[in-house]
Design a binder for this molecule. Structure first.
Ligand SMILES: Cc1cc2nc3c(=O)[nH]c(=O)nc-3n(C[C@H](O)[C@H](O)[C@H](O)COP(=O)(O)OP(=O)(O)OC[C@H]3O[C@@H](n4cnc5c(N)ncnc54)[C@H](O)[C@@H]3O)c2cc1C
Length: 402
């Protein structure tokens, strides 16, 4: 695969990591990244919690469990070697009731099976030795969980790609790929195509991944259904009430981790994200509607099946969407001293979550090869933590498998 031509569609952290991995493994390869925005990492990769997940929750043996553990090691190493801020601030997952304690124990068992380093169970009083203002009946403590800026890491990788003679084509939206006689053509919006053809292509298009894959001949499902997550920054004077990361025990029926306290690498303390259907895949302001994105999920039978099964969770999340007070009081269950804290809306993130036509949300990462084109079809959280390991997996296992 040394002198071949490779195209990567999508300049988020996953696409950039794949391009870098190709250049590391095949220094003479011709590698081109196509990104529709005028800068890299403008979507999920710069609108997230910034947590380097240690691998607590994921089904042992699955891709998420494996690639998150490996990815967390690689992110730490990458930050250390490149002087990128990395703060091992630690995380507690806190139970508030007997019922949640049972679910917490199950997460603990998974974290042991996933070989997450140094995890332990804390009693109610021990929680305060880690987070002095946090209350709960029991907690899982992961001291190795860290925070970073994935946007900064992605921009650094983009520089490295250029230094290694890779090419970044910015501001060009790819509408589809066609493969003929082992040569792949990259077609742009507007009807033209890239001058050069490619031997291999990897699509890493995040929120648009289902459309690009289906337009290029891959299967239609799973489809991406966008769920936004709003963050709030808490008043600067109160940020010392939380030392690191405080998470609830996730609702097993809902794939998102729940509103949590997240320390940011820039020193801010945020609360969020909630999870609710987004009226646009790239609609960060929240007051705009994208008709074709709305049409896509409203006409997808999977969405209606999902909605009917998840009404109670959706109503709980909607309460936090409609009222800032409800949002803060969800989080203050864990840190009562912050019950009246003032907050400012911060960024909003939109998750590219794949959904099957039976309404189930796809839990594991999905990476599919079709001819010489490899598609990332589902890479939600911990997709950023795992990015450097996803890249290794694609380049060394998926692309070499005939
Ligand atoms: C609210 C939220 C919180 C999260 N928190 C965490 C966390 O704490 N830790 C963690 O590990 N993960 C987290 N994640 C998940 C993580 O952000 C993603 O898994 C990761 O960023 C995915 O990277 P990506 O490169 O696959 O996608 P993206 O970053 O979305 O990049 C896709 C790129 O493809 C480009 N593109 C799309 N279509 C085209 C096209 N047709 N032509 C050209 N370019 C195209 C887009 O412009 C974009 O730049 C979170 C996600 C969200 C939304």
């Amino acid at each position: 695969m040394t002198n071949k031509h490779y195209a990567i569609i999508g300049g988020g952290i996953n696409g950039l990591a794949v391009a870098r991995q190709l250049l590391l493994d095949f220094p003479d390869a011709n590698v081109t990244v196509f990104e529709k925005e005028t800068e890299v990492a403008m979507h999920q990769s710069s609108h997230n919690s910034g947590v380097v997940h240690a691998g607590l929750y994921y089904e042992p043996g699955g891709l998420k469990a494996r690639l998150c553990r490996r990815g967390a090691e690689l992110v730490k190493q990458y930050c250390t070697e490149n002087n990128i801020p990395y703060d091992e601030c630690g995380k507690v997952v806190v139970a508030l009731s007997k019922e949640e304690e049972g679910r917490l124990d199950a997460i603990y068992q998974k974290s042991i099976a996933n070989k997450v380093p140094d995890v332990s169970i804390l009693t109610g009083s021990e929680i305060q030795e880690v987070e002095p203002n946090c209350i709960g009946t029991k907690a899982l403590y992961s001291p190795r969980t860290a925070i970073v800026s994935y946007g900064e890491i992605a921009r650094h990788i983009a520089q490295e790609i250029k230094q290694k003679n890779g090419t970044l084509v910015l501001g060009r939206k790819v509408v589809n790929l066609t493969e003929q006689y082992n040569k792949i053509t990259v077609h742009f919006e507007g009807g033209d195509h890239y001058s050069q053809t490619f031997n291999y292509v990897v699509t890493c298009a995040g929120l648009q991944s289902d459309r690009l894959a289906a337009n290029s001949g891959d299967i239609e499902t799973p489809k991406i259904v966008p769920f936004f997550g709003q963050y709030y920054v808490i008043d600067e004077q109160f940020k010392s009430h939380v030392k690191g990361l405080i998470y609830p025990v996730p609702d097993p029926k809902y794939p998102f981790l729940g509103v949590h306290f997240t320390k940011r690498i820039d020193g801010q303390m945020t609360i969020g994200p909630n999870a609710f259907i987004s009226f646009g895949r790239e609609n960060y302001e929240g007051n705009k509607f994208n008709i074709s994105d709305i049409y896509d999920f409203l006409t997808y039978k999977g969405f209606w099946k999902f909605s009917s099964k998840n009404m109670s969770a959706a109503i709980r999340e909607l309460r936090t969407v409609l009222s800032q007070t409800n949002f803060v009081s969800e989080a203050a269950k864990y840190v009562p001293s912050l019950a009246d804290v003032s907050v400012e809306p911060a960024t909003r993130g939109i998750r590219a979550q794949a959904m099957e036509s039976d309404g189930s949300l796809v839990d594991d990462f999905v990476i599919r090869k079709q001819g010489n084109i490899t598609h990332i079809r589902n890479a939600p959280s911990p997709g950023a933590t795992s990015s450097l390991a996803i890249a290794e997996y694609i380049v060394r296992e998926i692309m070499t498998h005939h």
